[in-house]
Write a protein that binds this ligand. Structure first.
Ligand SMILES: [Mg+2]
Length: 269
């Protein structure tokens, strides 16, 4: 059941509870990237993973199954993380790669690929007059970023995005932190990707505890997917966690620095 974010206990202060849940079980760790492993940057291409965080993820992946689940394109997030021995689910799980080089596409995105150029071109035209807003075509989505757009102009961004959704068939809108994702309209998301990965890698049984750490609305699908069997940890930078915001996560952390401390503790379990 979703809880008010203000009521979520700290995963660090209550790590003894978490350690008891994990005792004698295997872990399957899923990590979002932006806002979780790395601070959110003004523009997506400016995000960087701190060397200490990269080392913490590598140490964790050496002892527990570890996957990165990001809204970024798969190759983009793989380059930013810079570690080979991980599973990467890019584009909110539409595009997955395994450490052995295998690729999984669970949804047929061919119809979307046929129109992605047209969608991007239309957005570039419609966003041209709005400062700071730009379209980023990915494998299975087009992201419209507006972090640097003045508040008075953000409604125009939403209008442009919704016009595209209305004018092209088979699209849906997925909002995130200062970004709109235009995706193929399939029942697939980070939560479905986590469930699929657990089953695919033989980690769906009672002897495994999934742990998911993320900071955005799209991570809620994953928190809900592992509710009951796993541990969800919400990274609350206060950007979109107003008084009414609820989460299906069990615990919270405040920022990537706290995430790094938690990863080190998990690696020692
Ligand atoms: Mg994030």
């Amino acid at each position: 059941m979703p809880h008010s974010i203000g009521d979520l206990p700290s995963a660090l202060e209550n790590f003894d509870q978490i350690a008891r849940r994990l005792d004698g079980r295997r872990l399957a760790v899923f990590l979002d990237f932006d806002g979780t492993l790395a601070p959110i940057a003004e523009r997506p291409e400016k995000a960087r993973l701190a060397p200490a965080m990269r080392a913490a993820v590598a140490d964790l992946a050496a002892v527990h199954n570890t996957a990165i689940i990001s809204g970024r394109g798969r190759e983009d997030v793989r380059t930013l993380v810079g570690l080979d021995a991980l599973t990467y689910a890019g584009d909110h799980g539409f595009d997955i790669s395994f450490p052995d080089g295998g690729i999984a596409h669970n949804i047929d995105c061919e119809p979307f690929h046929a129109v992605i150029g047209d969608i991007t071109e239309r957005l570039e035209k419609d966003l041209a007059a709005i400062s700071g807003a730009f379209a980023e075509p990915k494998w299975a989505s087009v992201a419209v970023h507006y972090r640097q757009t003045p508040a008075a102009e953000t409604a125009a961004v939403e209008t442009a995005v919704k016009a595209v959704i209305a004018d092209f068939d088979g699209l849906r809108l997925t909002p995130g932190k200062m970004v709109y994702e235009i995706q193929p309209d399939f029942d697939w998301n980070k939560g479905k990707a986590v469930q699929w990965l657990l089953e695919k890698t033989g980690l769906s049984g009672p002897g495994v505890v999934p742990v998911y750490i993320g900071d955005d609305v799209t991570d809620e699908d994953a928190f809900a997917a592992i509710a009951g069997s796993g541990i969800g940890i919400f990274v609350d930078d206060q950007e979109n966690s107003g008084p009414d915001r609820t989460s299906a996560a069990n615990y919270k952390l405040r920022n990537p620095d706290e995430v790094e401390l938690l990863l080190r503790k998990l690696a020692a379990c």
